[in-house]
Design a protein around this ligand. Sequence first.
Ligand SMILES: Nc1nc2c(ncn2[C@@H]2O[C@H](COP(=O)(O)OP(=O)(O)OP(=O)(O)O)[C@@H](O)[C@H]2O)c(=O)[nH]1
Length: 390
Amino acid sequence: MRLAMIGFGQAGGKVLDAFLEYDRRTGSNLVRAALAVNTARADLMGLEYVPEDRRVLIGQSRVKGHGVGADNELGAEVAEEDIDEVMGALDDVPVHEVDAFLVVAGLGGGSGSGGGPVLARHLKRIYTEPVYALGVLPSAEEGGIYTLNAARSFETYVRETDHLLVFDNDAWRRSGESVQSGYDGINEEIVRRFGLLFGAGEVEAGGEVAESVVDSSEIINTLAGGGVSTVGYATEEVERPDAGLLSRLRGAEAEDLDPASTTNRITSLVRRAALGRLTLPCELEGTERALLVLSGPPRYLNRKGIERGRTWLEEETGSMEVRGGDYPRRDAAEVSAVVLLSGVTRVERIKDLQRVAIEAQENIEDIRARSDANLHSLVEEDAEELEPLF
Ligand SMILES: Nc1nc2c(ncn2[C@@H]2O[C@H](COP(=O)(O)OP(=O)(O)OP(=O)(O)O)[C@@H](O)[C@H]2O)c(=O)[nH]1
């Protein structure tokens, strides 16, 4: 699947950078157009792979290049004020070469959390391609403001995009480690999973022909209908196929693998992917649609394994809309399963996030009310609802 990817804010920029590095390393060519947008000059300067002319600093008249300090209402305001500059930078995107837009952002901060949905709304108004977001949830240790930002931004992203794919930093923090010290590893995990998923729809001309190809329309159909998605992943090393002339002459490549063990490997990978750590922890039951992608050297992929994996996923999720197929990669040294669970409904983490956010909102309002009696009249008596950002 060919993407126009916009990294909004610090986390968004760094994840975009990691995708560009992945593209370069694997030759995937997923990101057909890249743009990093931020209110903080230093964050933009720290990027390595995003070309300098693909970086846009917004809000200079308001925050002078210093960021919005986790104020996502301000993030939304400056994005709206400078939207022409951002949209202008996207003018030369070869839209006919792009299947979808993907806005990437941390939901806990200010710029990407507030500005990303503003950009998504403008993209949707102008382009017919779907506009997705990849939103990163904060870790619990980051505190109330981040949680409150994330809860409000989450609602706004769901409303303003065609689909919100979620990655939860909290679920990926190693015990005893702060989330900050683990960003590189976390970003690698994000790119590994979403790179394989989006890469599946993009088998190059002259590349391997999949037995049952996953193309970009299957990804788009799985994400259709909006809502929230999570991604599972599992992998197993296999013997690297030796494509050398000598071994080919010896017929080594034609050597058959036992089809039953190939099928079993695939079904066990599918289970491990769906039951292991998801990018957003949730229950499988209640998932509206799913997509299964099996990737690896072609001789380790078979239709029967994928069919069994699909059937198992249908039973576990209760969904009647489970798609599946191959993403052959001749030189891979592993077979991997990626499971996209789309339209998930049983997500404790989001309910918790909203509960903690309401508490944080009440505390913040209490503090404000105490520190300024005049403000009291502005504070709602019973603030049990979270307001969307705009
Ligand atoms: N996965 C991941 N999360 C990150 C990274 N950098 C920051 N975050 C998370 O993103 C959230 C903060 O958002 P940022 O992107 O830093 O904020 P911003 O959009 O730049 O907004 P301001 O800094 O307030 O102007 C926090 O929850 C961080 O844990 C990163 O490289 N990877």
